[in-house]
Design a binder for this molecule. Structure first.
Ligand SMILES: Nc1ncnc2c1ncn2[C@@H]1O[C@H](COP(=O)(O)OP(=O)(O)OP(=O)(O)O)[C@@H](O)[C@H]1O
Length: 250
């Protein structure tokens, strides 16, 4: 796919665009400091994350790669405040998510983070347009802004012509694009995606990654996604490889 090759070429030539950074001092949008996560399974304590250090910048597509069971989803859940680390810190826009109450985390997730999952999580009776509009309603965006924002999000994901179709009338790739439009509608600075291309064929997967590249470049959001698919890694600005709960050099 052209977009993948373009991203690869840019990196090969050492061309890097200046990252849009959060904060005056250039601190990353999100940083993870010595994070450990354990689960109790039966009478055993299983350590799934073993001292993770990483950061995520605005205007960058970051990928987490690794074998099944290496801890990618567990880490993504911590980045999005869906769970808390056993040790260490997760700082989002310099605020310590790991110290926040459930109520505070719910608010930050609703307003400042977009989530995309493997299954597309669309409401089946609503059209693509109404699904995206619902996200704005949930985020408390003023009604007067809905029309323009829904239109521009559907345009960004290339679905203007399909705006009034319901999910069952759309292909898997198109449904995932509606899910992306829904996740970015309220302009969250951070978009997290867990295996967003797992249910798609390789062509549709590449088209989703092309949409992600547009989002980081046009909207300057940060996207962090997990993937097994080695053909997609070259489209990333940053790739973290996970092995057995640790980030290891590629
Ligand atoms: N709530 C939990 N309780 C006990 N063990 C858990 C829990 N969540 C995850 N694990 C274990 O942590 C390990 C890492 O799981 P995780 O889902 O993060 O891996 P992954 O890299 O995302 O894998 P996949 O690519 O298959 O989704 C697995 O061995 C899993 O069984």
């Amino acid at each position: 796919m052209a977009i993948l090759n373009a991203a690869k070429l840019k990196r090969q030539k050492g061309v890097t665009e200046p990252a849009a950074v959060y904060g005056e001092n250039g601190e990353p949008l999100l940083s993870v400091r010595n994070v450990r996560k354990s689960f109790v399974s039966g009478n055993q304590n299983v350590e799934v994350l073993k001292g993770i250090e990483m950061s995520i910048d605005s205007g960058r597509l970051t990928m987490l790669r690794g074998r099944s069971g290496s801890g990618k989803t567990t880490l993504l859940n911590l980045l999005g405040g869906l769970d808390r680390p056993t040790e260490g810190g997760v700082y989002f826009r310099s605020r310590p998510l790991h110290e926040w109450s459930d109520k505070q985390l719910t608010i930050v997730r609703r307003r400042e983070i977009g989530f995309i999952f493997q299954s597309f999580a669309l409401l089946p009776l609503l059209t693509a347009w109404e699904n995206v509009e619902l996200a704005l309603r949930m985020a408390g965006t003023p009604r007067s802004e809905w029309r323009a924002r829904v239109g521009s999000c559907l345009e960004l994901v290339g679905l203007t012509k399909r705006a009034f179709h319901r999910p069952f009338e759309l292909s898997g790739g198109e449904q995932q694009r509606v899910a992306i439009a829904k996740a970015i509608a309220h302009k969250p600075p951070l978009l997290l995606a867990d295996e967003p291309t797992a249910e798609l064929d390789s062509q549709m997967a590449a088209s989703i990654i092309a949409v992600f590249r547009d989002i980081v470049e046009v909207e300057r959001m940060a996207i962090c996604m997990t993937t097994h698919d080695s053909t997609l890694w070259e489209a990333a600005d940053v790739v973290y490889q996970m092995v057995d709960g640790r980030i290891v050099p590629e």
